[in-house]
Design a protein around this ligand. Sequence first.
Ligand code: UT7
Length: 329
Amino acid sequence: MNQHPLCHVAGLGQALPGAPISNAELIRRYGLESTPEWIETRTGIRQRFFVGPGETTATLAAAAAQQALVQAKLAPSQVGAVVVATCTPDYTFPSVATLVQAALGLPVGIPALDVNAACSGFIAALSVAQGWFATQPGLEAVLVIGAETFSNVLDFTDRSTCVLFGDGAGAMVLRRNRPGQTNGLLALAQGADGRQAGLLHSAHGVARGRVAGTVQMDGAAVFKHAVRQMGDQAQVAALLAQSGHTLADLAWLVPHQANARILAAAGEALGLAAERVVMTVAEHANTSAASIPLALATAQQQGQFQPGELVLLQAFGAGFTWGMASLRW
Ligand code: UT7
């Protein structure tokens, strides 16, 4: 049983570009046949942020990381590795992580790489970080970032998808635990079902048309799969059991912010009161791999997590892919 986590959250940061764009403004800007009420009642989304000139996934990632380092009281020179979860990178290569490394002046020679598991990418990035802590005894601190600019892959003539997504980045500094320290990352689980790739995908890619395609989604089908996967009590119970916990011990659910109705259903299925489910989808919309660290940073700013509380992170996204992580705060 894992009662001694390898690492803990030492700092969180977030970056949201420009001014918020309300539902009404989005509808007006793109001439959508929709209403602010439809968007808010069907998704919970009230606004989103889109990058402007000169802003990219890497600039957002670097800004969020800088904040997280300040909170962790860590200098860039003390970072031992950086991993970025994104499916909207600046370039096909090099990775966003290497751009962040250069922008922040992180040490030359440290590992820096991206992972792509779409909306569940942040959990994948956490598992990469966990693996580094497990295999590199000298490693003291890792930057884990989720960053996306989905506005670059939205089809603004498709009202069923373009209203759902936003841009942003969230960052977490993980530090190695001292002997006996009991807070931190307890357990992780991930999965995928590639047979469902067609239900939520980008229409092109470098090897399929030499351009990044826009988002295509069968929303109703994705909705059902997301609710079933995120509300799967047995999988959550198995994860929590790894650290000797049960569902009753859970203080907070921090889900991927896709749709308020999906999040409410997931919380209910796990027996959590609505106020124990962190919801930022109204303010941020769906920021894919950035949504969990953004939600964590927001909840922490609002003073929501108390030391010792058990927190479950849960994500579902294109692939399909999914993942969970439990933390003792
Ligand atoms: O990160 C993981 C990936 N994303 C998700 O998890 C999203 C999952 N899916 C959803 O959130 C929801 O399925 C949507 C928000 C996409 C759609 O909500 P819904 O309650 O499933 O709507 P619906 O599919 O039952 O209704 C669709 C109707 C259609 O009209 P008809 O065919 O019934 O006449 C759409 O054309 O709503 C229409 N519609 C809209 N109407 C006004 C779709 N988008 C809009 C819109 N404004 N923006």
